[in-house]
Design a protein around this ligand. Structure first.
Ligand code: FAD
Length: 480
């Protein structure tokens, strides 16, 4: 039990239900390691909001590990090999990651470690169903969500039950040696944070404990109204668990089992079913990415390779800054900028606006989300953008173009969400909150709104842009 054993932590920054940590703790003195992997391809290196979340997660984890988390930066293989050499560890444990880069990297590292005589143990700590365990009767992967979930997942072996926190004996010796083993002091991670990150850390508590509080509060207070409430952006009706799931402050297994134990009450069956289904969308996104490793770069539906995107990155600026003149779109983009998060319904609206009304490539929107979302996740982000753009496997049909005015009137009836994120429209009467351009001059004056000055005129004509998008789509059919 005295032998050192390395646990390489990645998207599993928690103590409870952490298979790698749990099983490593049974074999020796644990060296918990996080490596800031500089081999990640540039376009998928962490976005700014994710970086902020990660730094705070590492601080929390280090506190929970009595200051013994070892943080390195560089190429993971030489770092792990040096660690083995310096500490005498003979085993490395990790929980599997599922992005194409991580899968390739981990299998190479596994091979190299094994040939150096090191035992490698990998586990599932982040998905309810690993992609290779679910397939159709003919052995092919599912392409459509509902059969994937209902026929595939729900008939497969149930997700493993959460493990308790391990009884950890930590390796506390000093680790020195080669250049690779230069550690990043945890305190430095958040010492020089840029000032803009404050808005994120004011909004969120980034810790394993906070993840649990979100889950418990959600099941206790929000689950009963989840089905109706989840589409209303002004209500805090959803779990807000996505960034915690992304960085593993909580596992989907914990969420899956806790919500069924606590939420399985008469009258809540449908709400619970809907919530579990949402969790399964996350699984489906990973499933799609596993079977389509280029999903973040290439259209799943190749027909869209010929789509006439307008592709002017400069035209995205109004969208990015929440200055399109369409209040629900602008409120969503400002929520993102102010909190690192955006409500799911509004994510669909802003994405549809960018790819359909503005006809900008979905890559541009996905890249902005990648940089600004605290829950930025390669699988869910690319699957969702492809879904909205119409080029995914189970996509929203291209001709379904959300009308931001009608959607706003339906889901943010009195404009509470808009008023919160666009203070310059705060006192505009509800009748005009979704269409300020229709308000009589006197109403605008009384509300202190000057279109074109305090709030923009609409940047496009909704009817015309919808028509143009549909014609562009028809051109694909004609070319077939
Ligand atoms: P809840 O409603 O409480 O759902 C519980 C959990 O289920 C979520 O935490 C999430 O893990 C999962 N989930 C819910 N809806 C979806 C979905 N449609 N797809 C995949 N998983 C889902 N989600 C991300 O986690 N990362 C992303 O980068 C991301 N990018 C998106 C981009 C676009 C254009 C769109 C339309 C959606 C995107 N989503 C993404 C999905 C979804 O918007 C968020 O997961 C959800 O808003 C998170 O809020 P919540 O935790 O309160 O969700």
């Amino acid at each position: 039990m005295n032998t050192p054993v390395i646990v390489w932590l990645r998207h599993d920054l928690r103590l409870a239900d952490n298979p790698a940590l749990y099983y490593a703790a049974q074999t020796g003195r644990v060296i918990p390691v996080f490596i800031d992997d500089c081999t990640t391809p540039d376009q998928w290196s962490l976005g700014a909001a994710s970086r902020c979340w990660l730094n705070h997660s590492l601080v929390d984890l280090n506190d929970q590990l009595s200051g013994q988390l070892r943080i390195f930066r560089g190429d993971p293989l030489p770092i792990l090999l040096s660690l083995v050499q310096q500490t005498g560890a003979q085993e490395i444990h990790w929980n599997r990651c599922y992005t194409p880069h991580a899968i390739g990297r981990d299998s190479q590292i596994k091979l190299a470690l094994k040939s150096a005589g090191i035992e490698v143990h990998s586990y599932n700590g982040s998905l309810l169903w690993e992609p290779w365990n679910i397939s159709k009767a003919d052995g092919k992967p599912y392409k459509i969500f509902t059969p994937y979930y209902r026929k595939g997942c729900l008939n497969a072996a149930p997700p493993s039950e959460p493990l308790p926190r391990p009884d950890l004996q930590l390796f506390t010796d000093e680790i020195t040696g080669s250049d690779e083993l230069q550690q990043t002091p945890v305190a430095e991670l958040i010492l020089d944070e840029p000032s803009w990150t404050k808005k994120i850390t004011d909004h969120w508590t980034v810790s394993e404990e906070a993840a649990w509080q979100h889950l418990q509060q959600f099941i206790r207070e929000r689950l009963p109204d989840y089905q109706e409430g989840r589409d209303v952006p002004s209500l805090e009706a959803t779990s807000s668990l996505s960034p915690y799931l992304q960085w593993g402050q909580i596992s989907p297994h914990q969420v899956w089992y806790y919500s069924q134990q606590q939420g399985n009450q008469p009258g809540l069956e449908d709400a619970l079913d809907t919530f579990l289904k949402e969790l399964a969308w996350r699984e489906f996104s990973y499933y799609l990415l596993y079977h389509n490793p280029k999903m973040a770069e290439e259209n799943l539906n190749e027909r869209f390779n010929r789509f006439p995107w307008l592709n002017h990155p400069d035209q995205c600026q109004d969208w990015q800054q929440g200055l399109t003149g369409f209040p629900i779109i602008d409120a969503g983009m400002r929520q993102l900028w102010q909190t690192g998060y955006m409500h799911n319904r509004v994510r669909m609206l802003v994405a549809s606006f960018l790819v359909k009304n503005q006809r900008q490539h979905w890559h541009l929107g996905a890249a902005w989300f990648w940089d600004t979302l605290v829950d930025a996740d390669l699988a869910s982000n690319s699957a969702s953008w492809q879904w909205v753009a119409g080029c995914g496997t189970d996509a929203s049909p291209y001709f379904r173009i959300f009308n931001p005015v009608l959607q706003g009137q339906k889901f943010d009836k009195d404009g509470a969400y808009i008023r919160h994120y666009i203070p310059e429209l705060k006192t505009l009467p509800s009748r005009y909150i979704h269409t300020p351009w229709e308000a009589p001059e006197q109403v605008l004056t009384e509300a202190g709104v000057t279109l074109g000055s305090s709030y923009p005129h609409p940047i496009l004509d909704l009817k015309q842009s919808r028509q143009d998008a549909l014609s562009a789509f028809s051109s694909l059919k004609e070319q077939q």
